[in-house]
Every structure is written in C-alpha cells, then in structure tokens.
Design a protein around this ligand. Structure first.
Ligand code: ASP
Ligand code: MG
Length: 406
C-alpha cells in the first residue's frame, strides 16, 4: 500500500475501449488500498487537431489563446476517466492544473512549473478519492492558463510525485519501456530493463520521445522511483535506478535523434556589444537554439544556429518586431537538419565504431555538417532526407546489445 502516481499517454486514452482498460488498471490498485493520483494526456491526436484548427485561421495564433485551446484536450480525457471510474463505484474527482494549484512561469506553450500547492490533492486523497489530474498545464501568476511544452504530461506526473513524495511514479505509454532506438523506427531495437537517471536524461534530451526531458530532469533531481511501461501489456517495463551496476556501457547502447531542425546562418552579423550580450538577449526572449556559433569568414562575421521550428518561429517574430538588438545583411535557412546521438562511453573519431558509422554515412551519401564529441555520446549533425531510415540502418549495423537485457 502506498501513494501511486500513474500517468497515461495519448494512445493509452485514445479510444473508449482504451479508457476502460486504463480505468480497470487504476481501479485494481485503488481496491488494493493504494492512494491514487492519475495524470492524463489528451486523447490520441486531439492536441494536434486543436493546433491545426487554430492554424486554419492564421499562421501566427496568439500563444495565450493557443494554450487555452490545447489545455482542453486533457480536461476532456480526465473528465471521461473520472466518469468511468465513478460508474465502477469508485469515488473520483478530476481537476485542471489550475484547480490543483500548478503555478508556472509565463512562457506560454513551453512553461516551467514554479510550484505546486499540494493541499487540494491531499484533501481529496484524504477523503478516499482517486484524483485525476489534467496533465500538461498550469497557470501563471496572473492565473492565465499555460502549457508545459509538447509531451509535458510526463512532467506534471513527475512533479506531482515529487511534491506528494509518492512511493512510485508509473509512466504508461504505448511501448513497453525505453529502447536502444525508438521501437517505432526499428522493431529489432532492444528494451532496457533498467536505466539510470543520467542515461534517461541523456536519451530524452537528445530526442527519445518516451519521456519529456524536463520530467527526466525532475526525476533525477528528486530521485523519484520511476517506471516506464506499456498500458497494453503486463511487461515490467524499464525501471529507472540511481546507478547501473555491473553493466558494460562502454560500447554503443542507444541511438536517438532530433529531426526537422533548421540551420540558420546570419551573414554580416553585428551586435552593439559582445556576442555574450547577444546570447543573453536570446535567452531573455526565450529563443533557445540547440547549437550556436560565431565565426569570421573572409572578414565577414557570421552566426550559425541549429534551431527547432518552434524556436525559429519565435525568433522570426522577434526579428519582425525588431525586438532583438543586432544587425545582419540577410539570413539563409536550410531544412532537414538532423542530429543523431550515438550513446556510449569513449566514442571518438579514432574508434572502430566510428569507422562503421562513417561507412554507413558514406554509402548513403549523407551530408555531414559536424561532429560533436562528449564523454557519454557522439553527436552527428547532418542534412538527411530520410533520417528514420538512417538510424534504423545504424541500429542494425552497430548491433547494440550492451547488457541491455539486464
Ligand atoms: N497532450 C499534450 C501533447 O500532445 C501533452 C502530452 O501528451 O503529454 O503534447
Ligand atoms: Mg509522451
């Protein structure tokens, strides 16, 4: 018996049948005497659909209203789950982020949780109720609805597990855990039985979609007992632990990717102060490129960024309104930028593994733009029109099996 936070993703609540299955899972643990807090995502593609509606009217929907709109998906699924559980004879209450007191910063579409007032949840739990929480949302200090970034329900769940000191936080999704490569890209990828917080953090920041990066960060910070598993099977899933003992992660153990990014080059770039001042300006305006560099070529200063579409849009808005203090002649954009991260320790350009990677890239005539070496990973930045195919080939070629099954 204990306090359990369970989070169910979009597919898990994507249909009436699936919501029923979720309800049965929740009911069983409740009947076993546990206190239950259930965090829910919007049904299936409903968040995408809501966003598409907004873009039918304009290419530039107001962020505040977009958040009001997309936060409704989670309210629907939360209420539905609560209705089902109720009809099964269980006492439940569904709540929005606002109602349970999730306070965030004012950064619409990608807000950060500042604090959670747990009193209301505790009250309801003390009355014996199952609390169903709409994930992915909160309110800023002016009580305006904010959302936590795509995939942000995971963050709601882990943050609640932290403040409530839950005995376990279970993230239910449509795959059986964390894999060496997204199993939707290669059915031969292998599932981790255990993974450390650091590894989960590395994988989620470099593109593994199985968990929202901020959720991984919080889980690590607060040592949240965490498991990632499927809503559709009884598999034990991937258990997240502090340290992996006795496992050899020296070779490649996982591959992740970020795709559909853009390379942006500002020609004849001039800032009134220093480049640091410019970085600070970007930060203040919430524009966060994945990489940024400054160089002078043929006496002409350039700034090159690799940036997600979301941040590119934001940057362009700021440029149009002349809110950023720098000058440039023009800028060029290149699409189809992919960053592939090969996870493993001691990967350098001299290794045999790198040689194998290179042979795949050459064979496919992939255009590599850069390589970045770090202690626990090697990043390849390239222009790739078929990145999913490329990572699948790499996954097979590198034959990842570094004690994954342990
Ligand atoms: N419904 C939101 C999204 O699609 C949040 C989530 O699923 O975690 O991004
Ligand atoms: Mg997700």
């Amino acid at each position: 018996m204990g306090l359990i936070v369970q989070k169910f993703g979009g597919t898990s609540v994507g249909s009436i049948e699936n919501i029923l299955k979720v309800a049965e899972r929740v009911a069983e643990k409740k009947r076993n005497g546990n206190e239950m807090v259930i965090v829910i995502s919007a049904m299936g593609d409903s968040t995408d659909n809501l966003i598409n509606y907004a873009y039918k009217f304009t290419n530039n929907p107001v962020s505040r209203e977009l958040d009001v709109l997309i936060s409704t998906g989670e309210q629907q699924s939360g209420a539905l789950l609560s209705i089902v559980l109720n009809s099964m004879g269980l006492e439940t209450v569904s709540m929005t982020g606002h109602q349970i007191g999730i306070i965030t910063d004012a950064n619409f579409k990608n807000a950060k949780i500042l604090k959670i007032n747990e009193v209301k949840i505790r009250d309801e739990l003390n009355k014996g109720k199952i609390v169903v929480v709409a994930g992915f949302q909160g309110v800023n200090l002016f009580e305006e609805i904010t959302t936590l970034g795509r995939g942000g329900s995971d963050t709601t769940a882990v943050a609640l597990a932290a403040v409530l000191k839950a005995d376990i936080c279970e993230i239910y999704t449509d795959v059986e855990g964390v894999y060496s490569l997204d199993p939707n890209l290669d059915d031969k990828s292998q599932k981790f039985k255990t993974l450390s917080y650091d590894e989960l953090l590395d994988l989620s920041f470099s593109g593994a979609k199985v968990m929202h990066p901020r959720a991984a960060e919080l889980a690590r910070k607060f040592n949240i007992p965490l498991v990632i598993r499927s809503s559709f099977s009884e598999d034990d899933g991937t258990i997240i632990v502090k340290n992996i003992e006795g496992l050899d992660r020296e070779k490649v153990y996982a591959i992740t990717l970020h795709k559909d990014e853009v390379r942006l080059i500002f020609n004849n770039f001039k800032v009134p102060g220093t480049f640091n001042d410019f970085l600070n300006e970007l930060r203040k305006h919430g524009v966060a490129p994945d990489t940024i560099s400054y160089e002078v070529l043929n006496e002409v200063p350039h700034v090159t960024m690799i940036i997600t579409r979301h941040h590119l849009e934001l940057l362009k808005k700021k440029l149009a309104k002349k809110e950023l203090n720098f000058e440039y002649n023009d800028f060029s954009e290149e699409d189809n930028i992919t960053t592939i991260t090969i996870h493993g320790i001691g990967l350098t350009i001299e290794t045999e593994i790198f040689n194998e990677i290179l042979s795949v890239l050459s064979e496919r005539q992939e255009k590599v733009l850069g390589i970045n070496k770090e202690s626990r990973k090697l990043e390849l930045v390239l222009i790739s029109s078929k990145p999913d195919e490329l990572v699948k080939i790499l996954n097979r070629k590198l034959n990842l099996d570094n004690g994954l099954k342990n």
